[in-house]
Design a protein around this ligand. Sequence first.
Ligand code: AMP
Length: 114
Amino acid sequence: MAVTIFDKILAGDIPCQKIYEDEFVLAFRDVNPQAPTHALVIPKKRVERFQEYKAADPIDVGQFFNRVAKVASELGLEKRGYRIVINNGADGQQSVEYLHAHILGGRQLAWPPG
Ligand code: AMP
């Protein structure tokens, strides 16, 4: 697996604006925010694409989504709501081959996505 920018952030080789960290995930601000609040959550156990979760331990999957919900809560997004986005593969416009959930909030988001 090629080293990605998120591997480097996780290793501490590249700085990030950290929001939350525990033994399972790291959450940090997106460097190019698409909403007033735009966070990224990555699992510490490296997964390249979301589709790998079909064969993953459900506990790992559950922990990841539990932490996504926790980070959104800590960002104060629960009252007004927010969107979770996982871009997967080429058609999904995934640009970093390290699974990450985007949390977007702080404004009325449009639908459908492009
Ligand atoms: P995706 O297109 O779903 O793969 O999303 C990758 C995201 O990573 C984009 O929203 C980028 O703005 C974001 N990103 C790239 N490099 C960094 C970085 N060094 N720190 C924080 N976010 C980054």
